[in-house]
Structure formats: structure tokens, C-alpha cells
Design a binder for this molecule. Structure first.
Ligand SMILES: *Cc1c(COP(=O)(O)O)cnc(C)c1O
Length: 427
């Protein structure tokens, strides 16, 4: 399948080229040329998670790879469970946080790391440069940690990610460098973009993006929407499935919309944001007005200028009317989010703040005879500063507990391209 530049439909790339370039020319993003519609969803949905995932990915990009190596990469990248937990009648959480860094970004990051092994030029320098609002850095750093001939540089907004999130990427060392930027996540993203736009710097270090702008992160995220539907079908729930997606950069939602366009039987997706309301405001008013980001307790969604929105616009050819038909939407502030966490606890379910936002918007948008699923994008233990003041005890998984004892290895830098350039030369 060919991949097309969202800013210039005349420019196309193979999957391999799109992954290595990260950003498309003129600051565009790579998207599959035309999404295939699968006529065999009924039988696909009866397959097991990894087998189904392999078949779907093969239809998109399989022709570029040796078949056995491709299968092996997918099987080791997607080797953790994606349970669908019933919260109450007609309401489920799809738990995407059972991978190594306890967040859904493990799905994209692990696939990216494994597939990159198959597509990179041996013997050339390779540096993964990525901006994170928390979970991306953790997932990417862990996915590449101690892999040969690749290094990872993570930029993150100083004091705006949770302590445990920071420890997941800033205590690793070896081939992982963490830079704490004096600025917001949007500033970090702008710095990363500026580095990629510097052709000389980019070539010298073999800069590659692992952000949700990389198409290798995007594609595998389609797969768990199918898994949610498959698990519901097993319970004889077939109609009126609505999935709510806690959104920041909108890569996750974009992947869900792509899955829906391939014919996956979903009635609607719900775009849920926190106080960063650029997208809900657009869907309400038709005006797209990027904002500076606002800090909230669901901090992985603190994005005022979501990168992947351009992909969703491309997918719907900029037609807000068809977008409004595929989507429902809403936003919740921190007080609503805390109320939802307590409400879910009352049903015996402990949700992380991002999942709680999705749940709260879903509750408002779900019809009477529909079945709702909200995506559990992270384990609640990653956000202790939210729960401690609420008097809620969160069990800490062993993997996180061990990190607390490790020293932080990050470097603080000002919000300046020169500082990033210097760090790239020195690490
Ligand atoms: C990254 C992240 C999100 C937002 O996902 P996008 O694809 O950027 O919209 C939501 N929840 C958690 C826990 C995350 O880490």
C-alpha cells in the first residue's frame, strides 16, 4: 500500500520510506492512500488477537517484508493481553495498559521498534527523537532500551509529567537520553519539528520520529478496536457498539476512525478531551482554533494543538458533516474527572484519570440500547498525585515500585533549538 502526504496528494511513499522520514514534506503526515474495506470482518473477529492483528497488518504493509520476519515482529511486539472488563451492564473498559510501561502507547511503540529493525539501513546512524507528555517517552524508551545501534532522545515538559512516568524514561540510561525542557508539551513538539526541518542535523544523526506522527505508531492502534468488538461478539453483543477515546494528540482516535472505515462494525466513536477543547470546540462550531495547552490531571491529554487532527481531516476530506456523523464528542474538567473516578469506584472499577474522562463523556453520549466501551489508556498507579489527595489507595505494580529507587538521569535544557542540537552532539 502507498502512503500519501496529507499536504500534497501527489507525494507518496512506501511504508518503509514513510516510517524512516517520520514527517512528510512541507510538514505533512503520512496516511494510507485508500483504506481497504474488509468484507470478511465476521471471520476476522473470530480469530485470536495476534493472529487477527497479523492478517490485518499484512493487508496494509505485508508486501514490503519477508513474511516470516514480519510475523515474528508482530508476535513479539503484541505479546501482552488486552482485556475487556465489564464495569456494569452495557458498559466496559478496554484495558490497554498491560504492556511493559502500563500504557496503551506500548502497542504503537513496540510495533515501531520491532518493525524498524526490519526496515532500517544497517550501518547508518539512527536516533529516535521524540517529544512526550508522559507516556510516549516511557513506551518508546522502554521499547528501544539497550537495542543495538540506535539511540533515543526524549524531550518532555519539566514538572508536567508524573513522577513515575518520568522515571520510566529518565532512569534508563545507556542509549536513552532524557531532556527536561523548560516549557510545555507543545514547545517540546515544536523543538522536535525544528530539528527535523534542519536537513543537515537530521541527516547527520539519522533522526527518526517515534511520535504519534509516525505512521508505524498509528497503524497498530487500529487493532485493539477490532479486539474490543471481537470480545463483545463473543458475549453476543453485536449492534450499537460505541467506543470512547480519551484524546490528546488524536492518534488513537484517528486509528479508531480508520478501523471503522475498513468496515469494523462500530456505531460510533466518542472523542473525549479534558479542558484542552480545541477539537470539541471545532466539532461544535466549525472553527478550528489551536490553543496553548492547559495543565490538567489527565496530563497525557494536555494538547492544545493536536498533531494528528490533520490526519482525521484528511480521512474525512475536510468534510465536517461526515465527521460529525462518525463521531460524538465532549470534554470534562478536572472536577468532573474526579467525580467520575469516584463514580466508577462505586461500581468497583478503579480508572485512571484519562479513562475517567472518556467514561464521563461516554455516559453523556451513549444511547439507551447501545453498548459503551471506554479505553483504559494507562494504569492508575502512574498518576498517584491525583489519587493521594482524593484519599484513594492505588495498588502499585511491582514494575513501577522498582523504578522509584532508581536515580533520575535527565538533563534540564531551556526551550531553545540550540540546546537540543547541543545535546544531540554530546550524547
Ligand atoms: C497519549 C495518551 C492519551 C492520548 O492519546 P492520543 O493518541 O495522543 O490522543 C490518552 N491517555 C493516555 C494515558 C496517554 O498516554
Amino acid at each position: 500500500m502507498k502512503f500519501i502526504n496529507t499536504r500534497n496528494p501527489n507525494q507518496s511513499a512506501t511504508f518503509r520510506e514513510a516510517v524512516l522520514r517520520g514527517v512528510a514534506p512541507a510538514g505533512g503526515l503520512w496516511m494510507p492512500e485508500a483504506l481497504p474495506v474488509f468484507e470478511d470482518w465476521d471471520s476476522l473477529l473470530q480469530l485470536r488477537w495476534v493472529e487477527r492483528s497479523e492478517i490485518i497488518l499484512r493487508r496494509f504493509i505485508g508486501d514490503e517484508f519477508d513474511q516470516d520476519a514480519f510475523a515474528a515482529a508482530i508476535h513479539s511486539a503484541l505479546d501482552f493481553p488486552i482485556p475487556l472488563t465489564q464495569v456494569r451492564r452495557g458498559l466496559y473498559a478496554l484495558e490497554l495498559f498491560h504492556g511493559p510501561t502500563l500504557a496503551f502507547k506500548d502497542v504503537g511503540a513496540r510495533f515501531f521498534a520491532h518493525i524498524l529493525d526490519l526496515i532500517r539501513e544497517p550501518g547508518t546512524p539512527l536516533t529516535i527523537l521524540t517529544a512526550t507528555s508522559g507516556d510516549t517517552g516511557a513506551a518508546v524508551a522502554q521499547a528501544f532500551w539497550q537495542r543495538p545501534a540506535v539511540r533515543v532522545v526524549v524531550l518532555y515538559p519539566k514538572d508536567r509529567v508524573s513522577e513515575l512516568q518520568e522515571r520510566q524514561f529518565a532512569t534508563l540510561g545507556d542509549n536513552i537520553t532524557a531532556l527536561a525542557v523548560e516549557g510545555s508539551f507543545d514547545d517540546c513538539q515544536a523543538l522536535v519539528k525544528a530539528c527535523f526541518n534542519d536537513a543537515d542535523l537530521s541527516a547527520r544523526h539519522g533522526l527518526t520520529s517515534a511520535n504519534s506522527i509516525n505512521v508505524a505508531r498509528l497503524l497498530p492502534q487500529m487493532l485493539y478496536y477490532a479486539e474490543a468488538v471481537a470480545q463483545l461478539h463473543k458475549q453476543d453483543v453485536r449492534d450499537g457498539i460505541v467506543i470512547a477515546v480519551p484524546s490528546g494528540n488524536f492518534g488513537n482516535l484517528c486509528a479508531g476512525l480508520m478501523a471503522k472505515q475498513t468496515g469494523l462494525p462500530l456505531r460510533a466513536l466518542v472523542a473525549a478531551t479534558n479542558a484542552n477543547t480545541t477539537v470539541p470546540h471545532y466539532l461544535d462550531s466549525g472553527e478550528y482554533l489551536p490553543q496553548t495547552s492547559i495543565a490538567t490531571i489527565s496530563n497525557a491529554m494536555d494538547v492544545g494543538a493536536p498533531n494528528n487532527w490533520e490526519r482525521i481531516q484528511y480521512l474525512f476530506e475536510g468534510d465536517i458533516h461526515s465527521l460529525r456523523q462518525a463521531l460524538r464528542w465532549g470534554f470534562k474538567n478536572d472536577a468532573d474527572t474526579k467525580r467520575s473516578i469516584r463514580e466508577l469506584m462505586g461500581m468497583g472499577y478503579l480508572a485512571d484519570p484519562h479513562a475517567a474522562v472518556a467514561y464521563a463523556v461516554l455516559e453523556e453520549r451513549l444511547g439507551l440500547c447501545e453498548t459503551g466501551v471506554f479505553l483504559g489508556t494507562a494504569h492508575p498507579a502512574k498518576f498517584l498525585p491525583v489519587y493521594v489527595p482524593m484519599g484513594i489507595q492505588v495498588p502499585i505494580p511491582d514494575a513501577l515500585e522498582a523504578l522509584r529507587k532508581r536515580p533520575l538521569l535527565s538533563k534540564e535544557i531551556p526551550n531553545e533549538i540550540a540546546a537540543v542540537r547541543q545535546a544531540l552532539e554530546n550524547c
